[in-house]
Design a protein around this ligand. Structure first.
Ligand SMILES: CC(C)(COP(=O)(O)OP(=O)(O)OC[C@H]1O[C@@H](n2cnc3c(N)ncnc32)[C@H](O)[C@@H]1OP(=O)(O)O)[C@@H](O)C(=O)NCCC(=O)NCCS
Length: 199
């Protein structure tokens, strides 16, 4: 299968829902918040000039089949979810009634990630994801490698990632790309490895 990796800045706005759809296959907190949050998150990432992002397009069909994003300040991306106060309050009230445990986790995660990225030469690999129909073909590993290359070109010296300990594919990709585990920590219901690589 042939595919091309593009910079996220080249993605037309009309394809943002496709990225959000792929992200819904991730078992992390953002997808648990629901599709409206995921779409808003990708809209914010697409507009943020500090985000380094890539997406993968299958050559024959032109379908988008994966993406990766990195940010020097992941907190600023999540905080953009609150920009439209009316929308945010409505979504949070809905969440409180329908999925209270996800609300509790959101609070814990917001506190945990505060100050996690405090070095100016570092960037976080925030998410990378591949459409389930195209997994296991080294695309995920290639996406993360592309993020590392772009981050290096942008002058960053180190990349960090937090990966849930059960996530064998993500861990294998990240270890293959030269990361090492620097610590293992609990973030509410999640047990994560904090991983780091020089760029
Ligand atoms: C994580 C993810 C992006 C990996 O993408 P992928 O294209 O399927 O993975 P790759 O084919 O590049 O394989 C990467 C490594 O994981 C291994 N792997 C792939 N699928 C695996 C599986 N189901 N179980 C165990 N290991 C697996 C591969 O053998 C490879 O190992 P190697 O680098 O030592 O050779 C993909 O599984 C995914 O989208 N998951 C949902 C979203 C997610 O969890 N993202 C990461 C957290 S931010």
């Amino acid at each position: 299968m042939n595919y091309t990796i593009h910079k996220l800045t080249e993605l037309p706005d009309t394809l943002l829902p496709r990225l959000a759809e792929i992200h819904m296959g991730d078992r992390g907190l953002l997808s648990k918040l629901g599709y409206p949050f995921v779409l808003r998150y990708f809209e914010a990432a697409h507009k943020d000039p500090r985000v380094i992002g890539v997406y993968v397009q299958e050559n024959d069909s032109s379908d988008v089949i994966g993406y990766g994003i990195a940010s020097p300040e992941p907190e600023s991306l999540t905080s953009q979810l609150t920009t439209d106060k009316g929308w945010f309050i409505k979504q949070i009230i809905k969440l409180l009634f329908t999925r209270p445990l996800v609300f509790v986790q959101l609070t814990i995660s917001s506190i945990t990630i505060k100050g996690q990225m405090n070095q100016t030469d570092s960037i976080e690999c925030v998410y990378f994801s591949v459409d389930p129909n195209f997994r296991g073909q080294k695309i995920g590993r290639t996406i993360q490698k592309a993020l590392m290359d772009e981050a290096r070109k942008a002058g960053y010296k180190r990349m960090f990632a937090s990966i849930e300990t059960w996530n064998k594919a993500s861990l294998s990709a990240t270890l293959s790309n030269g990361f090492t585990i620097v610590k293992t920590f609990r973030e509410g219901q999640y047990l994560r490895h904090r991983m780091e690589s020089k760029l």
